[in-house]
Design a protein around this ligand. Structure first.
Ligand SMILES: [Fe+2]
Length: 220
């Protein structure tokens, strides 16, 4: 009887220990998995410049070695940025004005004008993105914050509340015409600085002229 009890206890201990043994075996197997080997044949030195630390202790990711990849000479980057930043904030303002009008519109022209304002708003956002990214291409950041748009778009404030169709046509035509003129001046200016950027504004110029024309004929 005593032998029987001892044998049963031993069997139970073996059963309880089995999962731990399996876990230990798996753990050992993981620990022996070889680490990825480095390519010892690579002889070229890593010449990527280390980003300098900024005074605030954060890494500065500016890469001086990328300068040669920027598609505009150093002295042209700021004039390009200035013209495009001005256009971007104007387009963001026109986008907001178009949506404000799209929502609050009233009058017999509601349906056609409501649709046209949405189409215009989409176009302004599209060109905003193209021009903003051109600024990044020439190595500068862009500023599209709402406060900056309100402070620098240099267009009159837009009225709140319901808007009649005729009121919207007058307001938007005037604003579009103002921005279209400014864009034409920038095309001329950038033509002497960077033709690619100047050409980038050509299609926007055509689109703004088209929007002015559509609103003009709707008023007649
Ligand atoms: Fe809508």
């Amino acid at each position: 009887m005593k032998n029987y009890l001892l044998a049963t206890a031993a069997a139970l201990l073996t059963l309880l220990a089995a999962p731990h043994a399996e876990a230990q075996r798996r753990s050992n197997a993981q620990n022996t998995t070889p680490l990825p080997t480095t390519n010892n044949n690579a002889t070229a030195p890593n010449t990527t410049p280390t980003p300098p630390g900024a005074t605030n202790g954060k890494l500065d990711y500016r890469n001086p070695a990328a300068d040669a990849l920027i598609p505009a000479e150093a002295d042209k980057r700021q004039p390009i940025t200035d013209d495009l930043e001005a256009t971007v904030v104007e387009l963001l303002e026109l986008y907001h004005d178009s949506k404000q009008s799209h929502w609050n519109l009233r009058g017999p022209l509601y349906l056609s004008l409501h649709e046209q304002l949405q189409e215009n708003a989409d176009a302004y956002l599209k060109y905003t993105d193209i021009l903003a990214e051109r600024v990044l291409e020439v190595g500068h950041p862009i500023d599209g914050r709402t406060g900056v748009v309100a402070a620098t778009a240099n267009l009159d404030g837009y009225p709140s509340g319901y808007l009649s169709d005729q009121q919207v046509l007058i307001l938007m035509t005037e604003r579009l015409n103002t921005v279209a003129k400014r864009v034409r001046q920038r095309i001329e200016h950038l033509g002497k600085v960077d033709e690619t950027t100047s050409n980038l504004l050509q299609e926007l110029s055509y689109t703004l002229d088209k929007h002015v024309w559509k609103f003009r004929v709707m008023m007649q």
